[in-house]
Design a protein around this ligand. Structure first.
Ligand code: NAP
Length: 522
């Protein structure tokens, strides 16, 4: 498990950080000793809302064992958060049904017993982590074993031992505890704080640690040496794939890893969506985004690394074609590839953008025999025109730049109008494929609201924001609307189908992406 500590300074900031962190992590740790005026029931409820499966750890760290400067709650709000006050807080956490409460070994056996009684009384499933930290140094291995036993004696369900590494060798002492803990059949969380202790944070999970701590973005660490969630996942992926490589008795299947090739890719929600799909489908594999400088080298990498395939985005959808072995008919006709499938070294290009758009439209209306006004003449317009015509729709194209619009309309044999003539156009459905209204220009729309009653259905391919100005205006005019989220999810589901031969959990993916977009908008 990867756990993100919530170390915000106020309750409001903590709520915001929970919303961001919970979907990205397996667990979050609410550091109630740091969150000024932290409202535990509210924070726990927010975590459940943000991610129903995220595990919650509640901690109220003793100042002597914390490296965080602000522990004001210990000074004022919970004046005298002496042991009884701290126990009351942890008992409240038990009553709220959190997964873990963390109490320091230094609080003593009686405190742990009191928590245990509370768990029994509440018939709660909460587990007790008994923890020990040294914020200054790492003691000898013999001393660490003594500490382990002391934690065990006070009644831990899980033991957590985290000293400060002054030297790299300190990691070895702490990591050796995992083999020792196995003999005593007690789950362990162990790692070193400090920059010199980083390697223990990465290796701990591979050696059996119940969890390791990571931060969403660099700069948010609760203890020095914490890596980002992304870096931690990447390390584990590498460690895991190495393990597989070195099993000589196994025939090694190509690991189904996938990559997004584009430039830029930092904003992309594809990794979130595809990793969620792989996980939900029980497929071991990982999808990562790669900002590509050299496309030829990137394609060589897909073959060399025996990846399952790739997504391709701006600006490579056309350029990539020359590096592939084969092209699916639709991708060839469209002249753009957004998906690569690697079949034992043979790379074939596909396009699921048009499929995504067609599927999103088909959810709301028939396409055959209906009229469509498509705004724009870029790559997405091309996919839209191709897909709609393939399904029997009649398309008018409108674009700001006449030459580009005429060229595209000429290629697909559809009527073309300058965008300025939109007031003369009536159709069953209007589809915006321009970037007008894209975040941060949320208040812009490519079509005046007064003209939207010329259309029964209005679709926007933009999904950030989820409700563009165009869609809001259209809804207010009583039109049916189709959001870019549907197209995005369906084109991703099409990719999954091509890579795995299986159907993707579309509803789950839609919710996952919608949740993230809502978070980004809040
Ligand atoms: P593109 O190739 O760069 O084309 C952009 C189009 O927008 C061009 O036709 C351009 O017109 C038009 N445009 C830009 N600014 C305009 C303005 N101020 N007024 C009028 N027209 C304007 O981009 P693309 O790859 O097609 O992507 C377009 C949009 O689709 C992006 O917002 C992208 O995020 C979205 N998209 C969504 C999905 C999805 O799955 N939902 C998939 C792909 C793309 P000119 O020809 O006059 O320059």
């Amino acid at each position: 498990m990867i756990c993100i500590p919530i170390i915000s300074q106020t309750n409001d900031e903590a709520l915001r950080d929970i919303r961001r962190s919970a979907p990205a992590a397996d667990a979050i740790e609410l550091r109630m000793d740091v969150i000024e005026g932290g409202d535990l029931p509210m924070l726990v409820a927010e975590a459940g809302k943000a991610s129903p499966n995220v595990k919650i750890i509640v901690t109220c760290r003793r100042p002597e064992e914390s490296l965080l400067p602000s522990v004001r709650t210990l000074r004022d709000v919970n004046k005298g958060r002496t042991l009884p006050a701290k126990l009351l807080l942890l008992e409240q956490a038990v009553a709220l049904g959190v997964d873990f409460v963390d109490i320091e070994m230094a609080c003593g056996e009686e405190a742990v017993h009191r928590l245990r009684s509370s768990i029994r009384r509440q018939k709660s499933l909460t587990k007790i982590i008994v923890s020990w930290h040294d914020i200054d140094k790492t003691p000898s291995f013999a001393k660490l074993k003594t500490i382990f036993h002391a934690c065990l004696r006070v009644g831990a369900d899980l033991i957590k031992i985290v000293p400060y590494a002054r030297h790299r060798e300190d990691n070895l002492k702490v990591l050796a505890l995992f083999a020792y803990a196995k003999k005593w059949n007690c789950p362990l969380i162990a790692m070193c704080m400090g920059d010199e202790g980083r390697m223990s944070r990465v290796l701990a999970i591979s050696l059996g640690s119940v969890l390791t701590f990571a931060v969403l973005q660099s700069g948010g660490a609760s203890a020095p040496g914490q890596l980002t969630v992304g870096a931690m996942k990447e390390f584990h992926r590498l460690l895991e794939s190495d393990v597989r490589e070195y099993r000589p008795e196994m025939t090694i299947p190509a690991r189904p890893d996938f990559v997004l090739l584009g430039n830029p890719v930092g904003h992309s929600l594809s990794p979130l969506m595809h990793n969620q799909a792989l996980q939900a489908m029980g497929i071991e594999g990982h999808y990562s985004a790669c900002c590509v400088e050299d496309l030829r080298a990137a394609i060589t990498g897909i073959r060399g690394l025996k990846m399952g395939g790739a997504s391709v985005t701006i600006p490579f959808k056309t350029a990539v074609m020359e590096f592939l072995d084969d092209m699916d008919d639709d991708a060839a006709a469209l002249g753009a590839v957004n998906t690569i499938v690697n079949d034992r070294g043979r790379l074939t290009g596909f396009n699921t953008d048009w499929l995504g758009l067609v599927q999103a439209v088909k959810d709301r209306m028939e396409i055959a025999g209906k009229t469509f006004a498509v705004l724009g003449a870029g790559g997405t317009a091309r996919a839209a025109v191709y897909g709609l015509q393939k399904e029997g729709g009649r398309v008018f194209l409108l674009n700001r730049t006449l030459e580009k619009g005429q060229a595209l309309a000429g290629r697909f044999g559809c009527l073309f109008y300058p965008l300025s003539k939109i007031d003369e156009i009536y159709a069953d459905c209007l589809i915006n494929t321009t970037s007008v209204g894209l975040y941060p220009e949320n208040e812009k729309s490519p079509v005046p609201a007064s003209l939207l009653n010329h259309f029964e259905v209005v679709a926007d391919v933009i999904y950030n924001p989820l409700m563009t100005r165009l869609l809001r205006d259209a809804e207010a005019k009583g039109c049916k609307i189709i959001s870019g989220l549907d197209m995005f999810v369906y084109q991703g589901a099409g990719q999954i189908q091509l890579w795995t031969g299986r159907e993707a959990p579309v509803a789950l993916l839609r919710e996952t992406v919608r949740e993230r977009l809502n978070q980004l908008e809040s």
